[in-house]
Design a protein around this ligand. Structure first.
Ligand code: UDP
Ligand code: MG
Length: 314
């Protein structure tokens, strides 16, 4: 019999978790051909999420959990969950039921046919999301797909079912700056895309502010493209060219009209402009350097405080 692991990262999900558990167990009952394992990763929640997970784990032995020592972010939580999963097929889901559990059945049946290694989902609508957020999200996907060789699909969610083989490939990427949407694309394998309309979360609220998403998108660009580094080279060449033309212009003008002292404001403008561009380029290099710094330190991606093994002890 096949085993399906469902990895769920949870951060302050006390309202949504019981509803999620109810739905996912219904699906587990329907899918008789497979046994299930649920891995809840408590990402340093400040509410009752952990005690709810513990209760579930006590009454249902399919429920396993990992609880972090603090909030490490969803990327770390997914990594920890995938590492822990023992199934033949492994799924990643959100706790807020924005990922319809019933799709798991279709995903499992597709993977069974061995043609695909992964069935992933993407939202075709962004209904219920602020228009500015959708606009910037679209821009981000356009940009990153232009400057990165890795394909990053617009509207792709983290919700997917993968074979064990693909999960092992993902786990072999032990980088500290994790951008899963890129990692999933980078490892390759055959992915089938299921499309569905955006579903709003059942309870609780989103943990992503606009600013957090913005920083996340910059992380994505830095992790999967080095194109920004080329900007400084291109600007350098461009400025040399313009400077060359200007020198010729100034020399010819001086030869014809003499040299009255003027042009102080324009000089200052040029100095400020070029200075600004230089700082901008150094900033880009600094961003890559800071990421490199964090990678080189080799800090752990997450720290576990307790798991269901501890629950059995006491
Ligand atoms: N999440 C997490 N750690 C965080 C933030 C979020 O584990 O630091 C989890 C959260 O509990 C949920 C999933 O990631 O299960 C998606 O979060 P959310 O619904 O807030 O994001 P959205 O669906 O709005 O993109
Ligand atoms: Mg959500």
């Amino acid at each position: 019999m096949d085993k399906i692991s469902v990895v769920v990262s949870c951060y302050n999900e006390q309202e949504a978790l019981p509803l999620f558990y109810e739905e996912i167990t219904k699906i587990a009952k329907q899918l008789k051909q497979a046994e299930f394992e649920f891995i809840f990763v408590n990402d340093g929640s400040k509410d009752n999420t952990l005690s709810i997970i513990k209760e579930l784990s006590k009454k249902d032995e399919r429920v396993k959990y990992i609880s972090f020592s603090r909030n490490f972010g969803k990327e770390s939580a997914m990594y920890a969950g995938l590492k822990r999963a023992t199934g033949d097929y492994i799924s990643i889901m959100d706790a807020d039921l924005q990922d319809p559990p019933k799709l798991l059945i279709e995903m499992y049946e597709t993977l069974k046919q061995k043609e695909y290694d992964c069935v992933a989902t993407r939202r075709v609508t962004r209904k219920g999301e602020p228009p500015i957020r959708s606009f910037f999200a679209r821009m981000f996907y356009k940009l990153i797909n232009k400057i990165s060789k890795t394909e990053i699909v617009d509207g792709a969610r983290d919700f997917r079912l993968m074979t064990k083989q693909m999960v092992e490939a993902i786990l072999s990427m032990e980088e500290y700056n994790r951008f899963s949407k890129g990692i999933f694309g980078w490892v390759g394998f055959n992915t089938k895309w299921l499309e569905y309309e955006n579903v709003e979360r059942v309870a609780g609220e989103t943990k992503w502010s606009f600013w957090k998403l913005f920083k996340y998108s910059i992380d994505g660009i830095l992790a999967f493209s080095t194109a920004p580094l080329v900007i400084s080279t291109i600007m350098g060449i461009l400025f040399c060219f313009v400077a060359f033309l200007l020198i010729i212009f100034v020399v010819v003008k001086t030869l014809i009209y003499g040299d009255p002292v003027s042009g102080w404001p324009s000089t200052i403008c040029i100095i400020l402009f070029v200075g600004g561009i230089q700082l901008f380029c150094i900033g880009i290099i600094g961003q890559y350097l800071s990421k490199t710094y964090l990678e080189v330190k080799k800090r752990p991606i997450y720290i576990v405080k307790e798991t269901e093994e501890d629950l059995k002890k006491d």
